[in-house]
Design a protein around this ligand. Structure first.
Ligand code: SF4
Length: 281
C-alpha cells in the first residue's frame, strides 16, 4: 500500500534537487505562474508511463556506464525560452564543461529559427571553432552541395551541434560533455520545433535517440525521438539519421547512401508521412 507521506517527501526532495540544478544552470526566474498547492491528503496521480527521454542524462549513463559521472542526476528540462537568442545569451561565456578551456569561439548554431528541417552534428571542428559557425570547413561545403541537390540552402534549415565547443583534436565529445551541453540543444529544438531533424553521424544520432545502434544500421530510417519539456509531456519529433559529411569525404563510396537519405528527406518534406508514416502534427 503506497504511503502518501513518503511520496510527498520524495516529491519535495526531487523539487529541491531540480531547483538547485536550475540555479546551477544560472536560471533563477523559472517559476512564472503560481501552482496549486499539493494536498497532503490526496497523493498526486501517477504520471502516465512514458518512454525514457533520449535527451535526458540517464540514457547517456546507460550508454556509456564507464565514463558517466557516478553521482550525476537526471537534469531537469530547461524552462521554455521565447527565442534562440535567449538560449544563446544563457550560453555566453559558458564554462560548464571542460570543452570551454580550449575553444576559440562557442558555436551556437545558424539558420532559419523557424526551419522545418534541423540538422544536428556532433561538435565544431577547427574551422568552425575559429569562425563561430557550424559546418564551414570542407565538410560544410559538402553539406551545402547536398542541400543544394535537394533545392535547399542554409537559409532554409537550422544547423546545430550536440556540443557547442570544439573537442580537442576533433575527438568525439565525451559522454559527460554531451550530458552537460545537450539541455541547450533540447532548448533549441523546442524553440525551433522542426518538422524533420537530420542527425549527421553516429554521435549525434546516439545522443538524440539514446541508443548505440551503428549508424550503418539505422541511417535512412525515419524514427521518433523525444525531448523533455518542463511540466508537459515530452516533445516528439521525426529523426532521420545519416552519415556525417566528414565521413563522406573519407569514404566517398558511401555518398550514394547519403544521397538516398536526402532524397527521402525531400520526399518527406514535400509529402508529409510519405516516408515516415507520420505527419508530426
Ligand atoms: S560544450 Fe556546451 S556545456 Fe561545454 S562549455 Fe561549451 S557550451 Fe558549455
Amino acid at each position: 500500500m503506497p504511503r502518501p507521506e513518503a511520496e510527498l517527501l520524495e516529491i519535495v526532495k526531487s523539487l529541491r534537487a531540480s531547483v538547485r540544478e536550475l540555479k546551477n544552470w544560472g536560471i533563477r526566474d523559472f517559476i512564472n505562474s503560481p501552482r496549486p498547492p499539493v494536498s497532503a491528503s490526496v497523493p498526486p496521480a501517477p504520471a502516465p508511463a512514458a518512454e525514457p527521454s533520449p535527451l535526458a542524462a540517464a540514457d547517456t549513463r546507460e550508454l556509456f556506464p564507464d565514463l558517466a559521472p557516478k553521482t550525476a542526476s537526471r537534469p531537469p528540462a530547461l524552462p521554455a525560452f521565447r527565442s534562440l537568442e535567449e538560449i544563446q545569451e544563457l550560453l555566453k561565456d559558458c564554462s560548464r564543461c571542460r570543452l570551454s578551456e580550449q575553444r576559440n569561439r562557442l558555436v551556437f548554431g545558424v539558420g532559419n529559427p523557424h526551419a522545418e528541417i534541423l540538422l544536428v552534428g556532433e561538435g565544431p571542428g577547427h574551422d568552425e571553432d575559429l569562425k563561430g559557425e557550424p559546418f564551414v570547413g570542407r565538410a560544410g561545403q559538402l553539406l551545402d552541395k547536398i542541400l543544394a541537390a535537394i533545392n535547399l540552402t542554409r537559409r532554409d534549415v537550422y544547423i546545430a551541434n550536440i556540443v557547442k565547443c570544439r573537442p580537442p583534436e576533433n575527438r568525439v565529445p565525451l559522454p559527460d560533455e554531451v550530458e552537460t551541453c545537450r539541455p541547450f540543444l533540447a532548448a533549441q529544438i523546442l524553440c525551433i520545433n522542426p518538422r524533420l531533424t537530420v542527425s549527421l553521424g553516429a554521435p549525434a544520432t546516439n545522443a538524440l535517440l539514446g541508443n548505440k545502434q551503428p549508424i550503418t544500421q539505422i541511417r535512412g530510417k525515419f524514427l521518433t525521438y523525444r525531448v523533455p519539456r518542463p511540466g508537459q509531456a515530452d516533445w516528439q519529433g521525426i529523426l532521420l539519421p545519416t552519415y556525417h559529411p566528414a565521413f563522406l569525404l573519407r569514404s566517398p563510396g558511401r555518398k550514394r547512401e547519403s544521397w538516398e537519405d536526402f532524397k527521402a528527406l525531400r520526399e518527406e518534406l514535400l509529402n508529409p508521412g510519405s516516408k515516415s508514416g507520420k505527419t508530426n502534427g
